[in-house]
Design a protein around this ligand. Structure first.
Ligand code: NDP
Length: 280
């Protein structure tokens, strides 16, 4: 039977999710459709009621609704409850269940790139304590990091997030200066801020110089290679952009909806082509 899925957010026009999911439907020979729903904050509650009323099978949730949607759902899985945010909704026989695949998507993308040979229990620095920073910090802490430090423009948010991470491992909320001075400690350094989101952005999240030679620099921005990642590469560092995270979080959503992970082989090249077309 044909099913309808989609994504709700505002702004939403630049999302790659429909390309990704339609590609997987085609690959799996199913006729489902993935639609973009532009939903403003004041429309959110009605839109969620619409998922039930229209029999939509599930949706992804993006900025600015990941936290605000929670009161309108019937239940949350453990990951979404831990993160306090939802990026995937499954309509199970009229009950809407919220999931969060961002953190695991990040972790799987890192594991997938085996060339990085991560230590079993890496020391991680997360720059940014917004939705994505929270998902990454808590997931890394829960799934085996030795230490997760967080730095953020608004330091209070970093300290608060580190307290939640302390349930799982050592974690500190630190200033940008402390992070910069102690950069040599970290195996994985993640930019989870919006710095660099504009191609003309001259800011970088943190200088690269003090890091150890084996450190991996991850920038979860996926639209293009950020200035920070370019600089890290130029200095001989290992780098990972945000596209693999996007693909893995999407693949885990797909599994919540269709019961199996899609084949991932061709997706990276497919989406990089799409991005190139957009930038042409
Ligand atoms: P949020 O709005 O929740 O958080 C934004 C974060 O960026 C906060 O930590 C904020 O700090 C910081 N920030 C914003 N502007 C500045 C600035 N000028 N200087 C310093 N810090 C700044 O957004 P998300 O967490 O949802 O998204 C963050 C980034 O991650 C975006 O670029 C987004 O595109 C990307 N992303 C990628 C995903 C992927 O799958 N690859 C998935 C989700 C997000 P403060 O708290 O002080 O405001």
């Amino acid at each position: 039977m044909k099913r309808l899925y989609g994504i709700i957010g505002d702004p939403i026009e630049h999302t790659l999710s429909p390309d990704m999911h339609q590609f997987w439907y085609h690959q799996d020979h199913v006729a489902h459709h993935y639609h973009v729903f532009h939903v403003t904050k004041d429309q959110l509650e009605t839109a969620v009621q619409g998922i039930k009323a229209l029999g939509i099978s599930g949706c992804n949730v993006t900025i600015p609704h990941k936290v605000a949607i929670i009161p309108f759902l019937d239940d949350l899985d453990d990951e979404a409850r831990m993160l306090g945010a939802v990026n995937t909704v499954v309509n199970k026989n009229g009950k809407l269940i919220g999931y969060n695949t961002d953190g695991l998507g990040f972790l799987r993308s890192l594991e997938h790139h085996q060339k990085y040979h991560l230590p079993d229990h890496p020391q991680v620095l997360v720059i940014g304590a917004g939705g994505a920073g929270q998902a990454i910090a808590l997931t890394m802490a829960k799934y085996g990091a030795r230490c997760v430090d967080i730095t953020n423009r608004t330091i209070e948010k970093a300290v608060k997030l580190s307290r939640s991470c302390q349930v799982f491992c050592e974690s500190n909320g630190i200033s940008l200066t402390e992070a910069e001075n102690g950069l040599e400690k970290y195996d994985v350094i993640v930019n989870a801020t919006s710095i660099g989101l504009s191609e003309h952005d001259s800011l970088i999240p943190i200088p690269i110089e003090n890091s150890k030679s084996s450190a991996i620099f991850v920038d979860i921005i996926y639209n293009f290679e950020t200035k920070w990642l370019r600089l890290a590469k130029q200095q001989g560092k290992r780098t990972l952009d945000g596209l693999p995270m996007l693909i893995f979080q999407g693949a885990i959503s797909y599994k919540h909806w269709l019961g199996h992970l899609p084949k991932l082989n061709d997706m990276d090249a497919f989406l990089r082509n799409k991005l190139e077309e957009r930038h042409a």
